[in-house]
Design a protein around this ligand. Structure first.
Ligand code: NAI
Ligand code: MG
Length: 359
């Protein structure tokens, strides 16, 4: 079986970790022998934006359609304003392809350490899946600026919440919670201060919860949630939050589990009409770009989730094997600097490739 994958390495360390992920996936396919990848690379980067005046060509989104999945590195570079790069590339891809769910698992990998040394010492002490609403909310793209360059400039940034959008993300979150051993869901809002959209979140949450009586749930305000994540990480399992809240909470989650460099994400179209997209949650990291020291683990974990998704249940054993290989390598102490190790990107990649042959 042949899987067609579009790769968009983007900028900075996005390029290094995408290359590492392709190398690893090629190895995985070779070892398994029942499937192959066909890669198509898209050079949509900030550097090319500066030369061409666009990130994607006019038919860019259509070009992605013929692929089974999209593998994304990171986009953004200091010489292009970040809202231009995000809205020029990653956000249109998510929106056009109906990727309304962003799944962000986090846990303490074997051989790595949480900075929460008082309450998170074992892998099971911090094992979360954050379900991020990925299509609307605070990143709906609505708003505007009037009297630009005047002392009286007004800018609005409108958050949009629809019943349809909330209901589908809640259902996905409950299904995820149900599929995990603890069957536990925490719903995050700011429905005390934000009294329209967030109150609708509460309302729809309670409606959907009735369909999932076997799932235990609780609710948190986002500010208190940050405290609970630090003080009582064991008390949570699956978490659902809005586009902005989950964006922030998942960076915190990644740091609490050891490093932002290990955290993966899946941008899913659960209807499977459009290709889904897989990417580590981190950005282009200009401060370490070009040094060959980026942690490729988040990219590898994202690659494992891509294999799981495109396999539709038939490649779960391959994805699981890949995760075992990654964790055997971290357990053996072959880690990059952000995880208090001394290996570089290439050494970690080669170690995981070698481990794939064994597991
Ligand atoms: P960042 O995630 O790129 O970096 C934050 C810090 O974490 C830096 O100190 C960096 O060195 C470190 N870090 C990140 N990934 C790492 C890895 N794999 N291994 C080791 N250390 C790692 O976030 P920042 O600095 O806010 O953003 C840089 C650029 O990336 C900006 O242009 C931003 O807009 C963009 N960005 C793009 C994203 C995407 O493409 N999905 C997501 C987040 C940011
Ligand atoms: Mg983010």
């Amino acid at each position: 079986k042949l899987y067609k994958i579009a790769t968009i390495p983007g900028d900075g360390i996005g390029v290094d970790i995408t290359e590492a992920a392709i190398q690893l996936l090629e190895k995985v396919a070779e070892v398994d022998g029942t499937f192959k990848f066909q890669w198509e690379n898209f050079d949509w980067s900030s550097k090319n934006y500066k030369e061409r005046g666009y990130y994607m060509p006019p038919d860019g989104l259509e070009q992605l359609q013929k692929h089974d999945a999209i593998y994304f590195g990171a986009v953004g570079w200091p010489d292009v304003p970040d809202h231009i790069s995000l809205w020029g590339l990653i956000l249109p891809i998510r929106k056009y392809n109906n990727q309304y769910v962003n799944v962000r698992p986090t846990r303490i990998l074997e051989g790595t350490k949480s900075p929460l040394t008082q309450c998170a010492n074992k892998p099971e002490d911090l094992d979360w899946v954050i379900i991020r609403e990925n299509s609307e909310g605070e990143y709906a793209g609505q708003g505007g600026t009037t009297h630009e360059n005047s002392p009286h400039t007004i800018a609005t940034e409108l958050a949009i919440f629809t019943r349809v959008g909330i209901e589908r993300i809640m259902r996905f979150a409950f299904e995820t919670a149900r599929s995990r051993p603890r069957k536990k869901l925490t719903m995050v809002t700011k429905s005390n201060a934000q009294r329209h959209g967030m109150v609708l979140w509460d309302k729809v949450f309670h409606e959907v919860a009735k369909e999932y009586e076997d799932v235990e749930w609780d609710k948190m305000l986002v500010d208190a949630m940050t405290v609970r994540m630090v003080n009582n990480p064991q008390s949570m399992d699956t978490i659902v939050a809005t586009n902005l809240h989950a964006d922030i909470l998942s960076d915190l989650a990644a740091a609490l589990s050891g490093s932002i460099g290990i955290a993966p994400s899946s941008n899913l179209d659960p209807t499977r009409r459009y290709p889904s997209m897989f990417e580590p949650i981190h950005g282009s990291a200009p401060d370490i770009a070009g040094k060959g020291i980026a942690n490729p683990v988040g990219a590898f974990w994202s690659a494992a989730e891509m294999v799981r998704w495109i396999g539709k249940g038939e490649l779960d054993h391959v994805a699981d094997g890949l995760m075992t290989a990654i964790e055997n390598v971290t357990a053996a102490g072959i880690k990059t600097k952000d995880l208090a190790g001394s290996a570089n990107t290439k050494e970690v990649t080669e170690a995981v490739c070698k481990e794939v042959e064994k597991v």
